[in-house]
Design a protein around this ligand. Structure first.
Ligand SMILES: Nc1ncnc2c1ncn2[C@@H]1O[C@H](COP(=O)(O)OP(=O)(O)O)[C@@H](O)[C@H]1O
Ligand SMILES: Cc1cn([C@H]2C[C@H](O)[C@@H](COP(=O)(O)O)O2)c(=O)[nH]c1=O
Ligand SMILES: [Zn+2]
Length: 195
């Protein structure tokens, strides 16, 4: 389990970037919420942001698949986070895969300002390809945590998000209606990744 490297150390340490990645249902949002709650217990000023596009469960809150939730601010693009985050010591960002290519620079700026930046997002899309700016975020982060779901077909660890419906666009919001977490074996059995 991830343990914070510094909480409330004096003098204030420089900031850093944490990335939580994995397939759908792997517990990314739960882990983000867990870290944010611990930061709040440490009396740190915490702000959470998510892309305005992610309206699945709630317009504002960050909500996990098991209905755990925490308030957040929806933003239209990554640059909007910078002025809104000025007052916070800890900045959480969920559904990072949906943000534009500015997010790595925004995260770097926040960390260089001394903030702890915690980013959660899908590392792969439904085709098993790296999703949006997640690879770059993983490269620049001090800490990367990959979490796993359970394959709904065989019970193994799942790293892939299998799309059950016919749609080719990379972005398709959905839940169990449209996706299921699968292990490599069960994922490639029905996708073009077989070769
Ligand atoms: N196949 C599955 N494997 C693991 N967890 C699942 C599965 N299906 C539903 N869940 C639920 O999803 C929760 C994780 O939700 P969440 O943190 O929102 O995941 P993520 O943000 O990675 O999509 C688990 O604690 C569990 O209750
Ligand atoms: C694989 C994949 C997923 N999405 C969408 C589906 C959900 O709305 C989110 C992921 O949410 P979670 O918190 O990780 O469960 O992303 C998508 O648009 N395209 C994809 O390829
Ligand atoms: Zn499987």
């Amino acid at each position: 389990m991830f343990v914070e490297p510094h909480l409330n150390q004096a003098p204030a340490p420089v900031g850093w970037i944490e990335v939580i990645c994995g397939a759908m249902f792997s517990g990314k949002t739960e882990e983000l919420i867990r870290r944010i709650r611990r930061a709040k217990i440490a009396k740190q000023k915490v702000g959470i942001f998510k892309p305005a596009i992610d309206t699945r469960y709630h317009h504002e809150d960050v909500v996990s698949h098991n209905a755990n939730s925490i308030p957040s601010v929806p933003v239209a693009n990554a640059a909007n986070i910078l002025p809104l985050a000025a007052e916070y010591e800890v900045v959480g960002i969920d559904e990072a895969q949906f943000f534009d290519e500015q997010l790595p620079q925004v995260a770097t700026t926040l960390a260089n300002q001394g903030k702890r930046v915690i980013i959660a997002g899908l590392d792969m899309d439904y085709q098993g390809k790296p999703f949006g700016c997640m690879p770059e975020l993983m490269a620049i982060a001090e800490f990367v945590t990959k979490v796993h779901a359970i394959c709904v077909r065989c019970g193994a660890l799942a790293s892939y998000s299998f799309r059950k419906v016919a749609a080719a666009d990379t972005i398709l919001l959905g839940e169990t209606d449209s996706y299921e977490p699968r292990c490599r074996r069960c994922f490639i059995s029905e996708t073009s990744q077989r070769q």
